[in-house]
Write a protein that binds this ligand. Structure first.
Ligand code: TXA
Ligand code: MG
Length: 332
């Protein structure tokens, strides 16, 4: 793994202290960080991303010890999850202390906290000595960056700490501890099975939110979109669908998973890109792959639908959002 020298990390921490925005690696995706206690600096993040002001940001901290500076209350289930998964790819939504800025929380009375595991993120947090508000380092609605050069492509003027390619490649799992039971607000890099196992008899909600759960304004149905219009199609229907598009003169490519020859539909001769067979490896590769495919300028990318089971929840969630972005065009 790349590791920027200590002087670069200290320089980045100094910039953060002066109110600048600095991009840094986490094990999920790269983040755009600013001092969470400096409203002008946090506003700069919204401006850079073109993100609506009511979409709250995650506050990144070194670990459990710092959580009390931001959360008014840390319920038992939150303690269990922090002990088990922090530092790591888990973000917890907790009641916010009064002094937490509404610019960070998007006007809600809850705050999202995450302790990233990546050593560069940890070193930066320690050198800075406070909480860093940080969304994924992409313009609003675009694919999250999993390498430093992706961030530089989006924001050439920014300081970017390079920590190598992200180990997990999908955003953190977002769990609310507000309301009766823990609720997954966004599936992510931490599998649901791990959350269930840690919480034991305390159930975890995975269905649609009710009135008591916090809003997740960043979880729009259309999000994480590549430039190439994308459709998710079951393997059995892929060939027929591709033929229909080819007949309309469209340039079509296919994103496939390896599967047994008995399941392999015979496809017309199309550019095809292969993805790993397992959910974790697929998730790690997804954003970088979509970015590579964008360079070819296809009219349509047909994604062979992954399995519908729980292990694939986060991947299917991101694919559905990426596809929604282009739904109007696709259905027209
Ligand atoms: O892996 C990640 O979580 C990355 C890295 C950089 O840490 N960050 C990330 O941040 O994905 P962002 O801003 O792209 O997504 C954060 C999500 C948004 O959907 C936002 O609405 C939600 O977290 N969120 C933040 N604060 C919240 C709150 N108080 N209540 C409910 N949802 C919240
Ligand atoms: Mg994001």
């Amino acid at each position: 793994m790349n590791r920027p020298p200590a002087t670069l990390i200290h320089d980045a921490a100094r910039r953060l202290g002066a109110g600048d925005v600095v991009a840094f690696p986490t094990e999920t995706v790269y983040g755009l960080g600013a001092d969470a206690r400096n409203e002008a600096a946090v506003r700069r993040i919204y401006a850079l991303k073109g993100r609506p002001a009511d979409h709250p940001l995650i506050v990144h901290v070194t670990g459990r010890d710092a959580a009390g500076q931001w959360a008014a209350e840390i319920p038992e289930a939150a303690r269990v999850l922090m002990a088990r998964f922090w530092p790591g790819p888990l973000t917890l939504v907790l009641p916010a202390r009064d002094e937490v800025s509404h610019v960070v929380t998007g006007g809600q009375d809850s705050v999202a906290l995450r302790a990233p595991h990546h050593p560069v993120a940890q070193a930066l947090l320690r050198a800075f000595g406070g909480g860093l508000a940080a969304p994924s380092a992409n313009p609003f609605g675009r694919v999250s960056p999993t390498e430093a050069r992706h961030v530089r492509g989006y924001f050439p003027e920014l300081t970017v700490l390079d920590g190598g390619p992200c180990r997990l490649g999908l955003e953190s799992s977002l769990v609310s501890l507000i309301g009766e039971r823990p609720r997954v607000l966004r599936p992510g890099a931490l599998p649901l099975s791990a959350l269930r196992e840690a919480l034991g008899s305390t159930c975890i909600e995975t269905g649609a939110a009710d009135a008591s759960s916090p809003r997740v304004p960043g979880a729009l149905p259309a999000h994480y979109a590549p430039a190439t219009p994308l459709e998710v199609i079951p393997a059995a229907r892929l060939a027929r669908h591709a033929e229909g598009l080819l007949a309309r003169g469209l340039r079509v490519a296919v994103l496939r998973r390896p599967c047994g020859p008995w399941q392999n539909p015979v496809l017309p001769p199309l550019p095809r890109f292969l993805m790993p067979a397992g959910a974790r490896a697929y998730g790690r590769r997804l954003y970088a792959r979509l970015r590579e495919i964008d360079r070819f300028g296809f009219d349509r990318l047909l994604v062979e639908a992954p399995p519908a089971d729980e292990d694939w929840w986060a991947v299917n969630d991101r694919l559905a959002r990426a596809a929604n972005r282009h739904l109007q065009e696709v259905s027209s």
